[in-house]
Structures are given as C-alpha cells and as structure tokens.
Ligand binder design. Sequence first.
Ligand code: IPE
Ligand code: MG
Length: 221
Amino acid sequence: MDGNGRWAKQKGLNRTEGHKEGVKVVRKITRWCAKNSISYLSLYAFSTENWLRPKIEVDFLMKLLEKYLKNEDKTYEENNIRFKAIGDIGCFSDKLKKMINSLEIKTANNSSLTQILALNYGSKDEIARAFLKISKEGIENNATKYDVISKLESNLDTAGIPDVDLLIRTGGEIRLSNFLLYQCAYAELYFSKTLFPDFNIIELEKIIKSYKQRYRRFGAI
Ligand code: IPE
Ligand code: MG
C-alpha cells in the first residue's frame, strides 16, 4: 500500500492525511474482497523498516492502527471477515497488542475473507523468528529437506495460509520491500503507478481480470 505520503504532498497536505485516506481504501477493498469470494487479502501496513521514519509519523501510524481496529469491528462482523495479524507485534503497546489479539479471537470463526494485516512485518525477521522456534524444538537427525520445508512453513507467521497468488504494489516502485518473500515464490506480480489513496475497485477488478488471463505453470510447461 505505497504512495500515501506522495499523494498528500501533491495536494499540499501533511503526509498523515495520505495515511488517513489510505485507510478508507483499505476498508473499501476489504469489503469488496469479502463480497467477491476472495479468500485471503494481505495488506502490508507497517514494516520492520518503517521504524526508521520520524517518530511523529510512526506514532501517528500506531494511533491510526488503533483507531482502525476499533472502528472496523463492524466491518468484520457484518461481512463475516476473519482478522489475522502477521509480524512481530511484541514491541507494540500493550493496548494495541490486546486489541489485535482480541480481534483475532473474536473473528476466528468468520468464514468469508481472511484479512491479514502485516504489522511490524519483514520477511527476513519472520524467517529468523521461525528459525529460532525450530532450533529450540530441535530437528530430527534423519530429517530430509522436505521435512525442513514443512517445519519452516509451519513456523512462519503465515502457517496454514496458502502462498500468495497475486501481489499488487501501488505507488510506482518496482520492488518487494521484504514482503512475504518466501510466500511469493510463485506469485504473479503487478505493479501499479497509482498512489494508494487513489487506488480503487475499478483498478482492482482490472488487475484481477489480467491475472486470470495469465497462464501459471509453476515450473512445469
Ligand atoms: C505507504 O505509503 C504506507 C505505509 C508505509 C504505512 P508511504 O508512507 O510509503 O507513502 P510514500 O511512499 O512516502 O508516498
Ligand atoms: Mg513509500
């Protein structure tokens, strides 16, 4: 979800206005996905590298997240959406941690869309945390590489969630920025120049249509 800051700057507004506008787009896309048989929608909300931003912006994003989780309660219930967070939320405030955990529990049995918010998420961080867990449990002497793959996958934050089918990055940059690197092994990639606050359902439908026309071979012919 890239381009919030530039969107605001173009309009002579503070960067924070771009983030607020971005939240509205998140809400619209989430509802649309729930109503259109999409099973999983993962949104990169805050990366392990975003702490490098000025404290004032980081603080604002944390407050915005709190507000979002509180206000979206209705959206999850009315649209039968399950909420799940990925990332290392250990360093978040107790209040935020509690909100995240209770929303996950409250929506656990909802069955239309699973909305995954990546919060303090980075692929390298996720894989390192998975390795720490695995090394504590230990690995059998006769384990094969296939056993290792399955052990790794079941210790990633995304355990139980299928790999990414389609990755969309808005904002014009052509890079993955440490997002679901392992899980994107065979993802179809789509880069849009649209700044995230201007992203809409019409563009999303167009991207999905073009995705459906791609022939996915997964290494075969
Ligand atoms: C992405 O928009 C939103 C978050 C990382 C929370 P940016 O804040 O990166 O917007 P630009 O790239 O500066 O325009
Ligand atoms: Mg950016």
